[in-house]
Design a protein around this ligand. Sequence first.
Ligand SMILES: *[C@@H]1O[C@H](CO)[C@@H](O)[C@H](O)[C@H]1NC(C)=O
Length: 360
Amino acid sequence: MIKFVCYASIILSMVQNNNCVMDSRAEFGYPAGLMSICPGSTKPALIPKSQLKYLSFVVQGNGRTRQKYSYWNAKNIAKDPRINFKRKTLLVAIGYLDSPNLPISAMFANEYEERGYNVILVDYQRFATVHYHLATRLMRPVGMHVAEILVQLTQNGLDPSKLELLGFSLGCHTASFIARQFQTMTGRNISTLTALEPSGPCFRNLGPDDRLDASNADFVQVIHTNIDGYGMATPMGHIDFYVNGGEYQPSDIGFYPCTTTCSHFRILPLWVSAIKNPKKFIGMKCKDIQQARDSDCYSNVPLETTVMGLGIDRSKRGIFYLATSKEYPYYLGSKGLKPEYVYWKTLTDINDGDETEIYT
Ligand SMILES: *[C@@H]1O[C@H](CO)[C@@H](O)[C@H](O)[C@H]1NC(C)=O
């Protein structure tokens, strides 16, 4: 009973600051996290030449038209009528089981195309649609071969300082492998790597050489929405946003909570909204991840803030908390800097009144 009261007050303490000794970790141990160790996932892997035909590149432009290039003829991308290397170029690294033919890539491709980017979607579905443990290992040679193509394109007009990589989940680490191979091959950096909810399984206990890291590009922006599930808590960028604390997201479907899968995928509409509403997602700097998890960065002095998204201030560094609303388009604007809009706080209203109707 004492424990129960203690837990209830821990939840309340988020909004009321009452004291309660939090000893559960000492008593119950620390969670290892979902699929924290995947033996062999960092073992060298190679893709035989005969399989490279399954690595391909889809160029999108000129009013959402598409053209596919295989690994073997990808240098012709430089001559594609959709491509103009005077503009910025976006390369999208798909997630586990995903494909450029599925909605996630299309959603991002359309947004970036509309904003004048050359868009290239990398299709490595053949290598990302195997056992997850194997997929994580295969992303290393995939990254190398994609980097080879980027080097060829660089020799044909692509300027790496105008190149941005966008990854989601497993694709964040693939983007990392692409970017670091590009560094090794050219001695140059890709300009920007945007990592949407980098996957934790098989990566959460690896060091910076074996997963996404700030050293991979000139600027690495990371956004976390489910660090205790499919995502990963470690800061891995120049700037890391922990959305609503980064653990779980507010539910947009009535009384049912946004659980692991919901919170992991929340990053997708969130990023689309951030592209469409470039100044509306304002994060605040935290001292550490614990402070972000606890929604407790509001009274830091001085309060350092920055927008999340394409218009981010690239000089900002560190761990940022970002509050959102529970429904698309999710942004709170400057309200997001006021503690009364913390989602968890609004939940306390549920039991404030005397209503107890069950069937309404
Ligand atoms: C590449 O980016 C990393 C991380 O931002 C940086 O430390 C390094 O100096 C950069 N290298 C070059 C050649 O610009």
